[in-house]
Design a protein around this ligand. Structure first.
Ligand SMILES: C[S@@+](CC[C@H](N)C(=O)[O-])C[C@H]1O[C@@H](n2cnc3c(N)ncnc32)[C@H](O)[C@@H]1O
Length: 368
């Protein structure tokens, strides 16, 4: 990372730090770990690479500055001094999120209001960007640290797991960022065939297919920083990502899920790249002798009762016998269950899904 450039924080869901780091390594973006993610240089070149290939991140924020916050007045004056015209559209609403614990400032609501007024003051006078459709509210993060506050602007323009192609979900859908992290933790690349036998809304298949097609992380790649005056003079080059043509097939036994996955794949501009079919896992025939079989099967309190799990795991184990030459990535609520799913699974990822701690087990291909 270089001196002089502004700093961006790339955040992810707790537990996904490793795949996020691996993704940034693959993008050639230098990074430094911090709680909840990593810090990177906030140059336009780096931000463009994140838009092109950082699928595991939830949000990218740019540090606007660290200001005094010993009193409301010092906080307001510090906030006013930050370069708001460089990152805000004058028509845009601001939503202030407070974190941390400012010893001097404990009145949360009042602090947020004060920050908002400071930003409004800073936006008076000649203004920069105000063309096209007004953007949605800008979420400004203020981290109170004792008598100081660090202020962050939202370069993503909202949570990045909302890619824009999945308005239709099924029960217990995976966050898109989590699906991306599972694929990264399994070291999947677009030249390896991929099958999801229980696809629900199609998240694994669509994430994989967008990567394989070299499409950007969000549907149109238009993250907020691209409209900021801060980067108006930066020359942003297109970023070519590694692509691949290996088959991507997803199945579900539920016709409603199949329809939703087909429509989501079309919205995600990969309708022709992902094959979605109705099928029961136990009856699937592997479409080749190698690849990655990845699944977020029904489990936990939302779908299957915990008591039913051993029976379901035993049925999946029987079905997995047909996939010996394949690598397997499987999500389960309890790491101890991988032993019942079959030999050779190692836990490569742990995170919380819908409030439940879960683990991803990975099994290498077995030669019969
Ligand atoms: C937890 S959901 C998958 C959610 C998906 N990962 C997503 O992000 O939308 C589990 C899915 O598995 C399907 N399913 C359960 N058992 C199945 C089986 N034996 N064969 C095929 N599909 C199955 C269910 O219909 C459900 O859509």
């Amino acid at each position: 990372m270089s001196d002089g450039a502004r700093t961006a924080r790339v955040s992810c869901l707790k537990g996904l730090e490793e795949p996020l780091g691996a993704e940034l390594d693959a993008l050639g973006v230098a990074h430094r770990p911090v709680p909840g993610g990593v810090l990177v240089d906030a140059t336009a070149g780096v931000l463009a690479r994140l838009d092109a290939g950082c699928f595991c991140a939830d949000r990218v924020q740019i540090k606007l500055g660290r200001v005094k916050a010993a009193s409301m007045e010092s906080l307001a004056s510090g906030v006013r001094s930050l370069p708001w015209k460089q990152v805000l559209d004058p028509r845009q609403d601001v939503r202030v999120v407070l974190r941390g614990n400012g010893a001097a400032l404990r009145r949360g609501g009042a602090v947020g209001k004060k920050v908002e007024l400071g930003i409004r003051d800073a936006m008076r006078g000649p203004r920069g960007m105000a063309s096209g459709r007004p953007p949605g509210p800008h979420e400004v993060l203020v981290e109170l640290e004792g008598s100081h506050a660090v202020v962050w602007a939202d370069a993503s323009g909202g949570p990045l797991h909302k890619r824009g192609w999945r308005p239709e979900t099924v029960k217990a859908p995976l966050r898109e960022t989590v699906a991306a992290a599972v694929l990264r933790a399994a070291d999947w690349s677009p030249d390896e065939p991929l099958v999801d036998p229980m696809c629900g809304a199609g998240t694994f298949g669509i994430e994989a297919a967008r990567r394989a097609a070299g499409l950007p992380v969000s549907l149109d790649g238009s993250t907020a920083w691209r409209r900021w005056p801060m980067y108006a003079s930066a020359k942003v080059k297109g970023v070519a990502m590694p692509t691949g043509k290996a088959p991507i097939l997803v199945y579900d036994r539920d016709p409603g899920a199949v329809k939703a996955a087909i429509r989501n794949a079309r919205r995600g501009e990969v309708g022709a790249r992902v094959r979605v079919e109705q099928g029961h896992f136990a009856e699937l025939v592997p479409p080749g002798d190698r690849g990655l079989l990845v699944a977020n099967p029904p489990w936990g309190r939302r779908i299957a009762s915990r008591e039913a799990m051993p029976k379901m795991v035993a049925a999946w184990r029987r079905a997995l016998a047909a996939w010996d030459g394949w690598r397997i990535a499987w999500i389960l609520p309890d790491p101890a269950l991988f032993g019942s799913l079959g030999p050779g699974f190692r836990v490569v990822l742990r995170f919380r899904h819908g409030g439940v701690p879960v683990a991803v087990g990975l099994r290498d291909a077995r030669v019969r």
